[in-house]
Structure formats: C-alpha cells, structure tokens
Design a protein around this ligand. Structure first.
Ligand code: ADP
Ligand code: ZN
Length: 547
C-alpha cells in the first residue's frame, strides 16, 4: 500500500527488526511512525497494550525523517519512564530521562550532553512539570530549537490535558505553550482513554494542526460485563463471586472511599479471600508494599480506590469488581480495562445502587472548587453512568463504546454481557401511550415551574399519595394518576428509555433539575422492553431501530 511506498518505510521496517526484534507492525503503528517522520502532527488512540510506545520510540531512532534530533517524551509517571529508559538502553538505544527527582550529577551530565556539540540522545523522557516549569529546561529547549535539534514532542497519556477528564493535571495544561514556542516541531499525542470531548481538548490544547488521527476499535472481546443491583450483604456477594468463579485468581475490587477499602479488605479476609487495601492516603512505603505483593502474586486481591491503576500492566487480572459505582463511563472503561490484558476471559462486575448515585451527586454538588460548567459536565457523566447501570436491555459493550463514538453491533457481543445474555424471554412491547403520557406530565411540571425527578415522575404518573408529593401538589399535573395500575417496572423503564433517547432535556431528570420535553412526535413507535438497538448515546430516532 501507500505506506510501504513511503520514503520512510524501509528504515522503519529495518529498525523494527534490528532494534526491537519484532517482525510486523501492529495496527496503526506504521501509520503513526510515517506520519510523524513526515513532519505531521499525529493523535493516536490505542487501547492499553496496543503498542503505543513503539509509535514514538521507533521514529526517534530514524534519520530519514523531516525533522532531526532529540525526541522529547512527556509522561506523567516517573517509575514508568525509568522502566522504559532501562528497556531502551538494553536495546542499545541512547535514551535518558529528566525529572526533578534525579540525582544532581545525572542531571548535569544530561544537561551537558544536550548543550554540547557532540552526539545527543535520541530519546529524552521528561515530566510535564519539568518541561514547562523549569528555566533550565527552557534554555535547553531554546538552544536545541535554534539548532534544529528537536525532532518531535511526544505527549503520552494526552487525555490528562483535558479538563473533561477526571484525572486532569495542571502540569499538562502548560504543554499548551509548546506549539507557540516551537511552532515547527511536530507533536505526537497518545492516549488509551479519550472520549470525543477529551479528544477535542487534546487537539486544541496542544495546538495540533491538520493532524493525522489514528484510532481503532476499543472493544475488549475477552471481557464479560455484568451489572447487578447491590445486594444487602455486598461483601458476602463479592466473596462468593470470587470463590465460585475465580478461586485463587488475581483481581481488583474498587471502592468509593479510603475507609471502605480497609473495611472491605478486612471483611474479605474474614471470609477467606486473601485481600489487601490500597488508597492514596497510605504512606508511600505501605503503598509500594501493597502494590508489589499484588504485582508479584503473593496477595491476589487488591481492594482499592481509583488511585490504584495508572501504569499497572499486570496481564493476568481475571476480575475487576466495582463495590461502588464509578463517576463516569470513561472511568469505568479505564478501570475495567485493567482486566484480561493477556487476552483470556475475565469478568467485570459492577454493583449498582441508587444510594451510590446520590452520594456521587452530592460530592459534585458540594465541591465548590468546580466551575459551573465543570459541575454540569461531571453531572452529565454521572447521569450517563447511572443510565448504563440501570439499563437492563441494551448491550453493555455498545453502551461503553458509544462514549468513543464507536458503533458496536450487539450481535457481535455473543452474549458476553448480561443484557445480551438475558434477552431470552424478553418481550417487546409498544409503550407509546405511556411514553406520550409521561412526556405530557413532564411538560406540565415544567409549565408549573416544578422540578421533577425520575422517581417523582414515576410516582406522579401512578397517582401516588406520598406525603412529599402531596405537599408539592403533583395532582395539579397533567397525567397525574393516569398510570394507575400499570406495572411500576414498566413505567420506570419507559422513563429510562426516554432519558436514554434524550427526549427529556437537559438529561438531568434524576439530578433534580427541571426537564423539558421535546420532540413528542418522535415517540410514536417507541418500544421499550427488550428493544434491542445499537446504543449511540441515545441519539438514534426510534424509527431507525424498528427496521
Ligand atoms: P501500550 O503503551 O499501548 O499499553 P506497549 O507499548 O507497552 O503498549 O506495548 C505492549 C506490548 O506489546 C509490549 O510488550 C510490546 O513489546 C508489544 N508490542 C508492541 N508493538 C509490537 C509489535 N509490532 N509486535 C509485537 N509486539 C509488540
Ligand atoms: Zn452485549
């Protein structure tokens, strides 16, 4: 193909075998390499384990590219950089790293090399803090830039630049200045987790120009997804799940808070599951100890907050269990993505409760460091997580992939998620009448200036005499009691479907904001129970699904 004819192909192919000892490029690697060698900006979206490092390590060794000199690799984790430098050196690659934690003498040796007229390292790893915040580094970069000795800037974990992301970093924001200060240097950004919004932030944040965008399916075929309503005795349930399905196997149990990690780990141990806790407030030594006993396998189960994860690449994680609901689907994808890196079947189990949702929402509402806009974003992300958790019909994969705008045909799921597995016996039913009633009800609430939540909507429709509802005079609303005698679950699912389809806007019904019903005409052929569709974030009109 065109890539093979590229002027850079031969050298790249040769380096692949001589330096890296590999035979074939994996998907998108060659495209990324040739893209950057020809001087373009490149954005690579690749699932973890896909082979991102090669995309920037290999071109750093090529002399045929449009730009020459040092490739600077920005990465957030020092331990990971040290690892990579070591691996590269074992392959005789001239690589080094620049961090504030380094020995003074090492640092000045590297600085002297960069300032000298002699050979420069091909690859220099650097933390974002150092790249943008150190006067010494500014001088080095300026010096090299004047002499055309910077080959490219590589931004790993590029999603950290996005304020959409939940683990956004201030230090990454400063990378915005790279393009301004060094306009001619190509930028390569890589990530395993960007949603569409994050992607946009990466491109604008780094000032990328006419960039080559490379992506691939993020579907993790070997992961099984299951969501269950959180049982009363949660830890009993988890322990049984582990002992029945994955006895003696390695896994992660995520919890919403520090104290909970400690309690859950203790309870698991009492039930015979060898478990240790891990959270950000532990001392560095304790953290390192917990991490290493888990990594090397003497402790099988780690009970952790989301502080546990970045940079973990243990291949044989057989299960990821969420004791508490995460705050976004992006987070859920990231955390479950740590399961089954070796390609073997692995389980992702989410225990959902409405209480968790409320807890997360309160946390967002009470956080006064958030701007109005960011609070709204976090709320929307949480809503989407809640919809996912309570949706009992649509393919989990399709829903999880929709946040990357990836369409997934549920027929390809092969029953490897709970919803696809349990479609037997599901009845498809026309709920247009109920849907129309509910829309009218929400509209009427809006007309009365009344805030209505999802449970309120269901109860009002059923004509509930609940004290709080009576006080709010919900009997004024159109459709009050019209659903008397109807199955509550059916009404619930209909409201959920309307939410999923963005018929109510803003989609924060259950967050207590007022909802505006729109596009009533779209509702006519809607079916709810068992309606199977490719979930694309709910934007597809119902007519399309009927086909
Ligand atoms: P990522 O950073 O995307 O998580 P890595 O760069 O760490 O992934 O690569 C994951 C693994 O895949 C590594 O063990 C690496 O050596 C291997 N790998 C990468 N590219 C290739 C390739 N073209 N052929 C074979 N193995 C590869
Ligand atoms: Zn499915």
């Amino acid at each position: 193909g065109a890539l093979e004819r590229s002027a850079y192909y031969l050298e790249a192919k040769q380096k692949l075998s001589t330096t890296f000892g590999l035979q074939e490029f994996r998907k998108n690697q060659l495209d990324a390499i040739i893209g950057t060698l020809s001087g373009r900006d490149v954005l690579v979206l690749m699932p973890t384990g896909g082979g991102k490092s090669l995309c920037y390590q290999l071109p750093a060794l090529c002399t045929s590219g449009r730009t020459h000199g040092v490739s600077f690799i920005v990465s957030p984790l020092i331990a990971l950089m040290e690892d990579q430098v070591q691996q590269l050196r074992s392959k005789d690659v001239d690589a080094d790293l620049f961090t504030s934690e380094r020995d003074f003498s090492d640092r000045s040796k590297l600085r002297n090399r960069l300032f000298s007229a002699g050979d420069k390292p091909n690859i220099v790893y650097i933390t974002p803090e150092r790249l943008s915040g150190s006067p010494e580094m500014s001088r080095i970069l300026e010096y090299l830039y004047q002499r055309s000795e910077i080959a490219r800037f590589v931004i790993d974990e590029a999603h950290l630049i996005s304020s959409w992301g939940r683990d956004f970093r201030d230090s990454y924001v400063a990378l915005r200045t790279l393009r301004e200060k060094f306009p001619n240097i190509p930028i390569m950004a890589l990530t395993a987790t960007a949603t569409e919004e994050e992607r946009r932030d990466i491109v604008t944040g780094l000032g990328m120009r006419d960039h080559l965008f490379l992506t691939q399916s993020f579907n993790r075929a070997n992961l099984r997804y299951t969501v269950v309503k959180k049982p009363q005795r949660t830890v009993d349930y988890i322990s049984r799940f582990i002992q029945e399905r994955h006895p003696g196997a390695t896994g992660i149990v995520y919890c919403g808070g520090r104290d909970k990690c400690e309690t859950v780990a203790r309870q698991l141990r009492d039930l015979g599951v060898e478990a240790k806790h891990f959270h950000a407030e532990m001392s560095p030594t304790d953290k390192a100890k917990a991490m290493s006993t888990w990594k090397e396998g003497s402790c099988k189960v780690i009970v952790a907050t989301i502080a546990f994860g970045m940079g973990i690449d243990k291949p044989d994680v057989r299960f990821v269990i969420h004791h508490d609901m995460p705050s976004s689907l992006a987070g859920y994808n990231q955390e479950t993505g740590r399961a089954g890196r070796d390609g073997k079947p692995s389980d992702c189990l989410l225990l959902y409760s409405f209480k968790d949702f409320g807890w997360q929402r309160d946390r967002i509402m009470k956080d006064d460091t958030l701007s109005h806009e960011n609070r709204a974003r976090l709320n929307r992300a949480l809503e989407a997580m809640d919809h996912f958790s309570t949706n009992t019909t649509d393919c989990r994969r399709a829903q999880l992939l929709s946040i990357y705008s990836e369409r997934f045909d549920p027929r390809d799921c092969g029953g490897s998620c709970d919803n696809c597995k349990s479609t037997d016996g599901v009845v498809e039913e026309d709920v247009s009448a109920t849907a129309a009633d509910l829309v009218a009800l929400v509209r009427s609430a809006e007309a009365h200036g009344m805030k209505i939540t999802k449970p309120m909507c269901v109860e009002t429709y059923r004509g509930s005499k609940r004290k709080d509802l009576v006080e709010k005079q919900v009997d004024r609303l159109q459709g009050f009691g019209a659903g008397k005698g109807q199955d509550k679950g059916r009404i619930d699912r209909t409201v959920q479907r309307l939410l999923d389809d963005n018929v109510f806007e803003p989609v924060v019904l259950s967050a207590g904001a007022s909802a505006v019903a729109r596009e009533q005409q779209r509702l006519a052929p809607a079916t709810v129970e068992g309606a199977r569709r490719v979930s694309t974030g709910g934007a597809a009109p119902p007519e399309a699904e009927a086909a």
